[in-house]
Unconditional design. Sequence first.
Length: 141
Amino acid sequence: MARQARISPDAPIAYKGKYVIPPGTMYSMTALTTHMTAAEYAPDPYAFRPQRWLDNPKIGRAFLGFARGSRSCVGMNLARKEMAMILATLFRKYDLYRGQTDRPTMELYDTVRKRDIDPTSDYIIPVPEKGSQGLRVIFRH
């Protein structure tokens, strides 16, 4: 949620053909704002739809989770690989719980998106509602 400030030192920036940002003007955006309003994430940017990445491979250009350009995160590739390995391990080892008791499962426990997931404060990192215990998961063996 931290602002990613930019300045175009020499050239004006045209926005949507209507607005012009003069050279030397600082402007910024947040990754959260970009991810929730970009046309690539429509119709429901809050929906968990991994298929959208397969349907539109160019969507990666709109993803700013690790920043962009010369100031992008140096650990981006490592972080992506680690996340992929962790998620793959979890989903290979555990099924989603639907009442079964014959194999290891996992399920969300007392997690409400508005209270525990969506950010309500910005302290450089997004923070959920005060009093939230965050995303909680029950693992059953």
